[in-house]
Design a protein around this ligand. Structure first.
Ligand code: 5GP
Length: 192
């Protein structure tokens, strides 16, 4: 049986990566490693967190039709490598894509059966606390990221593609909810 494609989107600071990792462990899914032209942070590793590419390399992937979807976000390209994802799906493995809204729209068009989920921050104060907790940005940057996160949620609502909205109030709760959503979709018990 084909694996399921699971899309997780959410604004910066909502804890997407942590939720995605936990979810992958719980349901035995593969997390797709994206290509990007943004600079790696000191903690990130090529081939583990992203494939860090030059714009030329990325544009060649676009030209060669190697990307399942891609988008430009905050001045950088981000995209999903089609072959790897398709191989996993064909082998019956579920694949999680942690991607932003424009990319999720593309996925929805190509894979109408994908499970498309948006992760929401519990409230504004908590979002600011999480953005501040990263401790790498000054106040103006945090404010900008906060405004940006709010705008992203609005954009996601307008996109009309997210079937499930999960509030990340607590890691285990959020993961539990998503596990139930995936189970429901996979057993066909998914009234729209
Ligand atoms: P970051 O730079 O914080 O790692 O990611 C920025 C945004 O790009 C996040 O919303 C993340 O989900 C999204 N993103 C990461 N990989 C991809 C991808 O392959 N395609 C798309 N469309 N967005 C991605």
């Amino acid at each position: 049986m084909q694996g399921k494609l699971i899309v997780i989107s959410g604004p910066s600071g909502v804890g997407k990566s942590t939720v995605t990792k936990k979810l992958a462990e719980r349901i035995g899914a593969v997390i797709s490693i994206s290509a990007t032209t943004r600079e790696p942070s000191p903690k990130e590793k090529h081939g583990r967190d992203y494939y860090f590419l030059t714009r030329e390399e990325f544009e060649k992937l676009i030209a060669d039709g190697k990307l399942l979807e891609y988008a430009e976000y905050m001045g950088n390209y981000y995209g999903t490598l089609a072959d790897t994802v398709k191989e996993h799906l064909s082998a019956g493995r579920d694949v999680i894509l942690e991607i932003e809204v424009q990319g999720a729209k593309e996925v929805e068009k190509k894979f109408p059966d994908a499970i498309i989920i948006y992760l929401l921050p519990p409230d504004d104060n908590e979002l600011i606390a999480r953005l501040t907790g990263r401790a790498r940005d000054d106040e103006a940057t945090i404010r900008r990221r906060f405004e940006n996160a709010k705008a992203e949620v609005a954009q996601a609502k307008a996109a009309g593609i997210y079937k499930y909205w999960v509030v990340n109030d607590n890691l285990d709760n959020a993961v539990d909810k998503i596990v139930r959503i995936v189970h429901k979709e996979k057993t066909g018990d998914n009234e729209k």
